[in-house]
Design a protein around this ligand. Sequence first.
Ligand code: PEP
Ligand code: MG
Length: 877
Amino acid sequence: MGQKYVYLFSEGNGKMRELLGGKGANLAEMTNLGMPVPQGFTITTEVCTQYYADGEAINDEIKSEIMTYVSKMEEITGKKFGDLENPLLVSVRSGARASMPGMMDTILNLGLNDVVVESFAKKTGNPRFAYDSYRRFIQMYSDVVMEVGKAYFEKLIDEMKEKKGVKLDTELDAEDLKELARLFKEEYKLKIGEDFPQNPTDQLMGAIEAVFRSWNNPRAIYYRRMNDIPSSWGTAVNVQAMVFGNMGNTSGTGVAFSRNPATGEQKLYGEFLMNAQGEDVVAGVRTPQTIDQLKEQNPKVYEEFYKIVYTLEKHYRDMQDMEFTIEEGKLYMLQTRNGKRTAAAALKIACDLVDEGMISEEEAVLMIDPKQLDALLHPQFDNEALKQAKPISSGLPASPGAACGQVVFTAEDATNWAVNKGAKVILVRLETSPEDIEGMNYAQGILTVRGGMTSHAAVVARGMGTCCVSGCGDIKINEEAKVFTLGGKEFHEGDYISLDGSTGNIYGEAIKTVAATISGNFDRIMTWADKYRTLKVRTNADTPKDAAQAVSFGAEGIGLCRTEHMFFDSKRISAMREMIVSKTVEQRKTALTKLLPMQREDFEGIYEAMKGFPVTIRFLDPPLHEFLPTEEEDIKELSKEMNLDINELKAIISSLHEFNPMMGHRGCRLAVSYPEIAEMQTTAVIEAAINVKKAHPDWNMVPEIMIPLVGEIKELAYVKGIVDQTAKTVIEKAGVDLKYMVGTMIEIPRAAITADEIAKEAEFFSFGTNDLTQMTFGFSRDDAGSFLGSYYDKKIYENDPFARLDQKGVGKLVKMGAELGRKTRPDIKLGICGEHGGDPSSIEFCHNTGLNYVSCSPFRVPIARLAAAQAAIKSNK
Ligand code: PEP
Ligand code: MG
């Protein structure tokens, strides 16, 4: 037998995610558990890969296997494709390994055509239902398969409702819906130039291809990049016999979570609509009822459903998100998956599941997406400021957190304002749809007029950790004119509003926010993470304030203090400039004398904030262009200060111009040219340590001096010589005993390749993967953003290598550097301080490579602690 491309639900199981996708594997698992699942089959993810390999076509072998499975499905259901007596109608749904908004989701009622619908109407005795199903199918097929766009169809429905003088789509009768189906087909022909396909097999193949195509639409690609999902995975396709929630008032459809996805509360949570199909619940066209109301309306179905929900939760040992349909009083399960949840809910659920004895601490640690913690580390509303503010309205608390920003009306504007103006924005929409995903990601908060707790906006915002208030029906919005009114006030683009995603309150003003803290469930999970991780987590901090913030988030030291950052302050930059443009050693020494006390004071503040934890101070590494004055005013002032003719100064500045400052006179090259800079910095580091040690004799003060941009051992040896000589003088003069270490950054490929030699001088290495990536790829750190987009589009690179460590190339150099360094000096301390030190997948790499610590920005410290624990637990499994 050749390769198997298609599986009946009864042939698969829950462990076959890679092949069947999440949805397919879970449908198979529910089938095996004996639950009421409409039967069908799954076309594997490998077929998606084959579809692309075959030039975006389904080859004949696969087509014929699909048709074999259609026959099997016909046998199981006793229905037939295109049959007038007993037609088989199916849903076609995508299902990747990880659930992915942005892709084609669902086509319902496939198999209907002009004649089948007639007999279907007769057979069911319910023509309204039959034509409702048909018009929905034409609409969905046109939208997702042929990409006609849904706006026109919605307009037609609105026109029809207006003509009939009704408000709800359920008030349209069979004739109206039949007419709508006709109008929809007309529109299809107008746009596509062909009649709407009548043959169910053609419809099916068209739908399957649409699912595969949607794997590569820009929204899906964007989502994958955000969530580290490789494009090689592909998506599966599920073809399932239809059951109908729109058969009348004893039918309905809904979604439910076994626990509250916003708070984590242990209570069945969900919404349903009677006489409706799936997309009605999600689209928020009608306001759904809560699942508690189902208990009142149909206790039998509710009880059966309740039992299934908790059987599934126990089975998967995680909170479940389920879709169900009731067809004339009979319950069917259409989907189950581990539910998306807010960060706060994720922490509560993980802790509760441990307390309920369902999972272990390690499993709880593994269950939380480290990136999600970010949402909890963002500011919350200042309590006092919040008390003063009065909400102008409220909506549903769809995704918690505090958001304050300027109103924008389109996802594109959200992206533009955030990227180009650095603005904090709140995206206000009638409702959101998958094409809005990028703008939603850039927004501080999302406010929608329509939609319940399970609407697109709510689900996606929760996944992103973005604050969202949905379903605020009081808003009167004109998206085109970019204006809305609420609470008797008009709001235009750029006006400030604030949202409380935890209460649903909306404020017509900016409200002050405050920093977050770690407590409760968050603290519990972090304590477990610390128990299991072996990697230390340090922080990149240049100020006492940042250092203290990082310590409060659990940092165990500073892995990178960029000393040049200490001079951006307007009061200090002139002394720094003076130092840079000095022509003589005397001039430079005068400038350095001004800088010394500032540096010493800074270091004292940082040591104090770090309370005896190790501190790595990186010597000056300024790309010169960042510091040189460019404004006439600044140049004039500097010339006065230095007692230098302005034209002479201008000549010096232009002589310092570099064509490629990132590879110019920076890092240790400065100290090689001007050793007095290293002397000053060493003096400041050592004197500050002596002073702080006096105040805290019990602290283990061993300053770590780090020399940047080393590529050759002799370079390091030279600078280290200056450091040692200066330190010795300062320590002897103070008459104290102080240890210190000298190490280097490994951020130039040559340093990684010759790390065995470099380790003869260096007592520690810190991998500077920002520069290492820049120089390994030959991509300028400052310019790569302008062309990486084309690389993503063409799938040459799937991720920004400056955000996620390129393990194949740059990672190989890191590994080589680590191994060579250890060969020379077995106890050498190894860390990473590039941006990658806070990225979970890169942290896993660092753990597996045997580094001692990662260092990242203060707000990523908790993320790194959790990611390090996950890496340790996974590698022990
Ligand atoms: C690096 O290059 O990775 C690094 C941490 O240094 P900087 O970003 O300051 O160049
Ligand atoms: Mg660097």
